[in-house]
Design a protein around this ligand. Structure first.
Ligand code: NAD
Length: 321
């Protein structure tokens, strides 16, 4: 059995490994080779914590396992990350535990890889301006991964807490992109690609602010009640997601579905574009929208890649179990 620590995950998994793992598992989901099991998420009635499991099986990649963890809002005061998780991987042939892998860093890279895969497959090739809505922990990971997908020249950003924006500006500077803090309206008017990654519970970007041809990766909404976009955008856009069942219940489309603006059949899994079952973007003035809700199979895919790389590089702890 392997133990792969948080630090080791950071050493062995880069953005391109995460991109490949997430793209492959989205394809496997659309081919019927991989499926997510029902998600459990409960308030435990202690420390204000939310705790749960995300699990699944990828028959194509032979990855079986579970990510367990959640959100402890008091952790920051203790010098710890609020989101805490670990992944257990099991041998699909025998059920034996194969690896315990740190899940915190991997959650950030797999979430960034998810929006990056959507940009790679759906954004206009000539996209020049990247719009960032949000500037929290995930935003830097999102910015770095998104920036690699097109020849961006500039980042425009808005955040509910403006004091957090200089931190994101530093990330843009590190990767050689100019950075400007703007209003939401200006962001919509300038951006060719928009990534939203906030914990908002109301629309931050309205339909009329977004220009034709934009690709939006909506990544923050992963719980019932959260919301980042005007539901009217779901009608204006061609809508994609990681998993339809999750999108309509805990993802961004929950609001447009509840309002009767769109139907479940209006939402296409991104994997269908990857395996060429769906054409994806078909016009330069089309708005494409990816609702990235975060599925367990993404976690398992990157954790499996981390375990393999760590073992190969002699960085995993081997333990009898
Ligand atoms: P964070 O706490 O570090 O940052 C929160 C962000 O939301 C900041 O930009 C903050 O200014 C903004 N925000 C807070 N309250 C707001 C409000 N009322 N209105 C608008 N913006 C507000 O969190 P994070 O780790 O960066 O995560 C951001 C979001 O992404 C969370 O909702 C988290 O649950 C979600 N998330 C999604 C996935 C996925 O797979 N889709 C994975 C990880 C995290």
């Amino acid at each position: 059995m392997l133990i792969v620590s948080e630090e080791t995950c950071k050493e062995v998994i880069g953005r391109s490994d995460a991109f490949k793992a997430v793209e492959s598992v989205f394809a496997a989901m659309s081919s019927g080779d991989a499926y997510n099991f029902p998600v459990i998420r409960e308030a435990i009635g202690h420390a204000d914590a939310l705790y749960g499991f995300k699990s699944g099986f990828d028959k194509a990649g032979m990855v079986l396992g579970v990510k367990s963890g959640g959100y402890w809002p008091g952790n920051m005061a203790k010098g710890l990350t609020n989101h805490q998780s670990a992944v257990l991987l099991f041998d699909p042939d025998t059920g034996r535990l194969e690896a315990v892998v740190g899940g915190n860093y991997l959650t950030a890279v797999r979430t960034a890889a998810s929006s990056a895969v959507s940009i790679a497959h759906l954004a206009r090739k000539d996209s020049k301006v990247l719009g960032m809505v949000g500037a929290g922990h995930q935003a830097g990971f999102q910015l770095r991964a998104a920036a690699e997908q097109r020849n961006f020249e500039k980042v425009v950003a808005w955040n509910f807490h403006p004091d957090m924006l200089p931190g994101l500006g530093k990330v843009a500077e590190e990767i050689g992109l100019s950075f400007e803090a703007v209003s939401q309206e200006q962001l919509g008017a300038e951006a060719d690609v928009i990534v939203s990654i906030t914990s908002a519970h109301e629309p931050l970007m309205m339909k009329d602010w977004v220009k034709p041809g934009t690709h939006i990766a909506c990544m923050g909404t992963d719980t019932a009640g959260k919301q980042e976009l005007d539901p009217a955008l779901m009608v204006a856009a061609t809508v994609f997601t990681d998993e339809v069942a999750q999108s309509i219940t805990i993802g961004e489309t929950q609001h447009a579905i509840a309002a009767g603006l769109i139907k479940e059949s209006d939402i296409t899994p991104l994997g269908d574009v990857i395996i060429k079952k769906h054409a994806g973007r078909t016009a330069d003035d089309e708005i494409t929208l990816f609702d990235g809700t975060g599925v367990g199979l993404q976690d398992l895919a990157v954790a499996s890649a981390a375990a393999k790389l760590a073992q190969k590089q002699g960085k995993a702890i081997e333990a009898e179990f």
